[in-house]
Design a protein around this ligand. Sequence first.
Ligand SMILES: [Zn+2]
Ligand SMILES: [Zn+2]
Ligand SMILES: [Zn+2]
Length: 867
Amino acid sequence: MEERYNPELVEPKWQAYWKENQLFKVTEDPSKEKYYLLEMFPYPSGKIHIGHVRNYTIGDVVVRYKRMKGFNVLHPMGWDAFGMPAENAAIDNNTHPAAWTYSNISAMRAQLKKMGFSYDWDREIATCRPEYYKWEQWLFLKMLEKGMAYRKESYVNWCEKCQTVLANEQVEQDKCWRCSRPVQQKKLWQWFFKITDYAQDLLVHCDQLPGWPDKVTVMQKNWIGRSVGSELKFKIHGRDEDLVVFTTRPDTVFGATFMCLAPEHPLVESLSKGTKTQDEVAAFVKKVSSQERSAEGIEKYEKEGVFTGAYCINPATLEKIPIYTANFVLMEYGTGAIMSVPAGDQRDFDFARKYGLEIRVVVQPEGEELDGNTMPEAFTGSGVMVNSGEFNGLDSTKAMDVMTDWLEEKGRGKKTVSYRLRDWGISRQRFWGAPIPVIHCPDCGVVPVPEADLPIRLPEDANLLEKGGSPLPTLDFFAKATCPACGRQDAKRDTDTMDTFVESSWYYLRYCSPRYEKGMFDPEAVKYWAPVDQYIGGVEHAVLHLLYSRYFMRVLHTLGMIDFKEPFTRLLTQGMVCKETMTCPDHGFLFPEEAVKNDDGKLVCTRCNSDVEVGRVIKMSKSKKNVVDPNELLEKYGADVTRLFSLFAAPPERDLEWNEDGVEGSNRFVNRVWRFVLEWLEKIDGIEPFNGSACDLASKQAKDLYIKANQTIKKVTEDIDKSFHFNTAISAVMELVNDLYAIDPDCVDDEVKKVILFSIENILLLLSPIIPHFCEELYEKLGKTGSILEQPWPEYRKDSLETDEVLVIVQVNGKLRSKFKIGSDTEDAVVKETALADEKIKKYMGDKQPKKIIVIKKKQTLVNIVI
Ligand SMILES: [Zn+2]
Ligand SMILES: [Zn+2]
Ligand SMILES: [Zn+2]
């Protein structure tokens, strides 16, 4: 008898069996209900990390469970294969990004197979393959044709020394990652997808995604950022031109004492031309161009600005107010111009104090008297209108509408809705991405590549440039093109590639028909499989990836290619995997194996023997070295124990704290089940499992065990089905195993043996999604043929869930003090005796004697002891 579960023998055996019998291969089968489960596909970095293990194990359990429940389940895997790390590795190792990527894919595929995940590998895709991105290029052309894609000038990070555009990841504290020179902002023509056309639709459907976590839909709503307000026009003094601003507080327009423009605003230069501050403005604009210009980025800098020398007219007061340019205004948001109301906005307030500008109170809070010269901070609430002409005395919340109407009559304003969401800039000046399929002709302008010429392939023999820029513009054989419209020989191909988020916005549809050659997907296959029923991935994708995917489905819906708009019916965002950090005073962060306990039980550094400081439990990361390598776990414990621990340690949506003792505990449990089954194999030989009703069982021992087993089936089924709470499901099975161990093998009759066999079979079925190799092996040892995965999920008997015990609630002087269970036909005298003998009750009674003991029998039994 094998004393212990040996994963090295068992796991490869069953992986080979599954493969040979194509157990994970699926095709459309209209006779069965479909279930499409997907985990977010990985970037092929070279190694799976523990977060992947957790993510994919969660998905795999649900998939195996659903299969046993009779669903036709699609569970594919692939690679989000374009992106920066491949370019960096190619530069460092003097290779091609493709070589690096494909070798990483092989390594990771092998690791995933070792974990026993039930993927239909025939459907594997890699987004860097031309067969994949061909269809993305095709969609780009469709979007271009329908006006859903357009080109405009926009800013990128630029290193003057390296003469290259830098991705955000290549900018380190405003400096170039290669040469440390300050990064500048440079204007380039770039492609955009008009996601803003769908802003309202994306927003309203956030409330129609009941299968999504609230935190994710809330983040999406905030990202879309709908605000209702007014568009107001401020005439530029001395010009026949208006500055348009968007404000959510039109009631404060009388308090607008100056105007601020983004430094990138096209009017900044012309407004300051010929004024005294012209040079100062130019210097300021140049300075800001080296600062990070994003909503988060601008928070890093002190708010500052310069007077442009020009004025505009406040449409309410008709006063001349100065126009500034300020670094906290972004061109991307609103109109790039804001009316500044220092009394009602803290940022404007600080700015006004700094530059000595007027602060005019227009909204007085109830029962207070604010003065612009002395108030310590802005007042942003509502109140009564003051200093606002005919509107004085009005409630400020009412003034919003009234004043907008008033300005509208004067042709100076209108009500409008504004969104924080911007169009999606998809041009990347990178090599390792899908080329944008257009040609630029000196005569014809932008000309789409003819569909027949797709895919526009990335060159396979390009050398990445040392300094990190894309080589595409320098490769004549790629960049030079003939104009498809007029035949000019000196046209140029667009040498930008698409944002890698484009690939991940539709890959889940490609899985439905991954080798389809006539389009992005086979419409029939998508009709059967899509949308994804359950999507699983990290909450860090709450906004971009998930929003872009929702947007892409709307695009395809508008193009008439699909009949749904929401790609993911249910979404699970799993928690992070965390571990404590360890630091040596000399060597900094230590890997777990670099700290050992010395003879005194103290944790010391293996290199210098210094005391190791154990830090907080935080997300595993390479830089903090608090990591666990899944390969080592696989070697030491095998796939099933690794799977079991990652599910048992925490419910999926919560963070999981890694600890070696927990893994050992999972290992012990697996071996406990192993030993039990092997010990009983002979004893139950020739016995049939019991499958009747509990009341047909003669002995209490058989009955109790049978009821416990049925309760366990019910609990595990509900925990997996309703909430994916595998940890409590596993606990329930552990309890049943404990009950089995409590049985004395030397004094059981055939009836009990029948129930033991029933329990063993069901334990294996219940655990098979979680520890599949292990369960297959024991199932085979029970003499079964075929795969346990092809068995139906166990059903519990409704008539065998209740024991005939009742709960007894014990009160002392009316207060609940203890509970216990007792047979339902127990006499009152025995119930009283048992209550008085209860340890907790004894403690409450002390040496007092009961004056009275009342027993009330209903559904439960109540004992009230009066002392
Ligand atoms: Zn540089
Ligand atoms: Zn042309
Ligand atoms: Zn050390």
